[in-house]
Ligand binder design. Sequence first.
Ligand code: MN
Length: 153
Amino acid sequence: MAKILIVEDNALNIKLFCDLLAAHGHKPEAVTDSRNALDAAREFGPDLVITDIQLPHVSGLDLIRLIRKDEQLASIPIMAVTAYSAHGDEERIRAAGAQAYVSKPISVVKFAQTVDELLAAGSDTDPTGESPASWANEGDGGAGPSEPGGEEV
Ligand code: MN
């Protein structure tokens, strides 16, 4: 079980993401107003942040940059979800500091897979040396912590 913070202004997407994550045994919490996202993250202490990019007030890109600059939150993996996927968009999202990117309408399989990969990669960097939770080893044993090289889709 992982704590996952969702930042998304669309109620239907929130429901979809929360249902999906809960079905995979995770504990989701959603914020609809990105201005509250940093405070919510500090309180909730998520293992992963999933953020929409098209958000009023604070855009997803700005939010990613703010999280990366925040001492307490900087190391939390971030997955961006966006309907806008113009050429170069993924580069901008990754440059802002997100590890992964899923386009809307989401593929349920791809969404769940990306969440699992980010959580597994996060547990690999655990500095305690203690064996990470066993769920990290189930499923894809080969999810490496590094960037997916030059994959063309
Ligand atoms: Mn939106």
